[in-house]
Design a protein around this ligand. Structure first.
Ligand SMILES: Cc1cc2nc3c(=O)[nH]c(=O)nc-3n(C[C@H](O)[C@H](O)[C@H](O)COP(=O)(O)O)c2cc1C
Length: 486
């Protein structure tokens, strides 16, 4: 059964020993962040702060902060099973004959279950505040000492493409500037920013409707960070993940819909052309992202449950909660990546690479220059374009084993020959690139080099013991008892 809201998820986390309630009074300024950081780094539970200092609204943090919690969030035993489900749909072929068509009906009927459904009312509108409200009524965290202020860090930001009318949902942090205004940190490559540019270039409107939902059933929250193609509705993908449609309710004051089961919804407008300094903010790269000019969100109405829970996260030096969310995306999106690039056997984004800095890819190499083709394709694929360093290895390297990958890659490269540099778009959070959003990337071809690639020397085999010898030695090894328990 799909979770119907955030509360169901909290109950499940608690039942599985994955949530700890904190009744002690703790400050939303820095203290909650420090506790959450220690909790995630020690493999601890999600935390529900029942008494954030100065507030009556509880704070939920680290609800996605391990693979186990991700499994509970997506109601699977292993996130791989979600990837397998995607692969099953992708492999659906035109059925042969009547029996084939009949067999396919249940699968097709299932698809109907994924589309979001509009409902007339929702718990997220139990209370509607158009006057006398303040963002300071909510326990928004200040995460790190040099942060410019409190930031809403786990928001689902809804906007509409003014050309196609299609909805987008992205997770973009919001710096609270005052009681009714925040920053709108949609980076230039993201869909919210594209909607903003399109609307501005049309010249018909002066403001853009935006709705921000905070806290909902976990699949819906998670869907906000998925790197889906433009105009593919995250709510449809959320429906697929939870096997149940996301119920959407019309906002009270803007022309958008939000998940009916959300905890808190900020409705308002972004004035086209208005920019304000946003940041610095202790970011998921482990560094502070620099202050920069971003649009401003004017909150004009807040709707919420009677007793809402404020869901949030903190990012910083990896691994943190977002690493586990990203690792899940890596697994779930592999079948989609393989649709374009079937030669890819596996890929991994180690935590130290903070997603955009490092991707390890194993391929079944079939022709000269194949590794470079794969790099170029990855740099041309949605948000994978940001990847600063791509390491391509042969199919027999386990890229989930970072030590093995480093050992194989470092042995296999002639640096001058095997490094491919390119210039292009760079993640807005990268502080090292020569210009904001623009810089260089490197691909490392660590595959075995072929004569057709100009390699004329013999390529040695990896050292492996004969299987027969290993089998003969197994019992002797047991008898000797040399192996230490740890
Ligand atoms: C906790 C968290 C915070 C994020 N904050 C931002 C942000 O402030 N700005 C941004 O552009 N992307 C941010 N992202 C990444 C986007 O949510 C992600 O790139 C998403 O795919 C964007 O959606 P879109 O393609 O619909 O624009 C964040 C991701 C996570 C997990």
């Amino acid at each position: 059964m799909a979770y119907s809201n955030l509360r169901n998820f909290i109950e499940t986390l608690e039942k599985h020993g994955e949530l700890q309630r904190v009744s002690a009074e703790v400050d939303p300024a820095l203290e909650i962040a420090e506790l959450a950081d220690r909790a995630v780094k020690s493999g601890g539970p999600a935390l529900l702060f029942e008494n954030p200092r100065g507030h009556t609204i509880p704070v939920l943090i680290n609800a996605f902060a391990s693979m186990r919690k991700m499994e509970l969030a997506l109601e699977v035993d292993d996130v791989q099973s979600l990837a397998d489900r995607i692969a099953e749909y992708l492999e659906m072929k035109t059925p042969q004959g009547l029996v084939g068509k009949l067999k396919m009906l249940p699968k097709l009927a299932e698809i109907g279950n994924f589309f979001p459904r509009e409902v007339r009312s929702g718990a997220c509108q139990e209370v509607v505040k158009t006057e006398n409200f303040s963002l300071y009524d909510y326990p928004v965290l200040t995460c790190w000492p040099q942060d410019a202020g409190p930031f809403i860090t786990l928001p689902m930001v809804f906007s509409r493409n003014p050309i196609s009318g299609k909805r987008n949902c992205g997770m973009y942090r919001l710096q609270v500037f005052d009681e009714r205004t925040t920053g709108m940190h949609w980076q230039t490559h993201k869909q919210g920013a594209e909607h903003y540019r399109r609307l501005a270039s049309e010249g018909r409107e002066t403001r853009m409707d935006v709705a921000v939902a905070i806290g909902a059933d976990p699949a819906t929250v998670f869907s906000a960070i998925l790197p889906l193609p433009p105009d593919l509705d995250e709510m449809l993908f959320a429906g697929f993940m939870r096997n149940k449609p996301v119920e959407m309710v019309k906002c009270k004051t803007v022309d958008l819909e939000v998940p009916a089961n959300a905890e808190i919804v900020l409705e308002g407008r972004v004035t086209l052309g208005e920019l304000r300094t946003e940041g610095p903010f202790g970011d998921h790269t482990g560094y502070y992202s620099l202050a920069d000019e971003y649009p401003v969100f004017h909150v004009e109405c807040i709707t919420q449950r009677k007793n809402p829970i404020y869901a949030t996260t903190i990012v910083g030096k990896p691994p943190m909660e977002d690493y586990y969310m990203g690792k899940t995306i890596e697994r779930v999106f592999l079948p989609l990546l393989r649709l374009q690039l079937p030669e890819i056997v596996d890929m991994a984004m180690p935590p130290e690479g903070v997603f955009h800095n490092l991707m390890l890819v194993s391929i079944r190499k079939s022709y000269p220059g194949h590794a470079r083709k794969v790099m170029s394709a990855i740099w041309g694929l949605g948000q994978a374009m940001f990847t600063k360093c791509i390491v391509v290895v042969d199919h027999d390297v386990d890229v989930q084993n970072y030590s093995e990958t480093a050992f194989r890659a470092l042995n296999n490269i002639d640096p001058e020959r095997d490094l491919q540099f390119t210039l292009g778009p760079i993640d807005s959070l990268d502080h090292s690139s020569r210009l904001a959003d623009y810089g260089s990337k490197v691909g490392i071809d660590a595959t075995k080099k072929w004569p057709q690639e100009g390699f004329r020397r013999p390529w040695p085999d990896l050292i492996e013991m004969d299987e027969a010898v290993k089998a003969r030695v197994d019992p002797i090894w047991e008898q000797l008892g040399i192996e230490r328990a740890d």
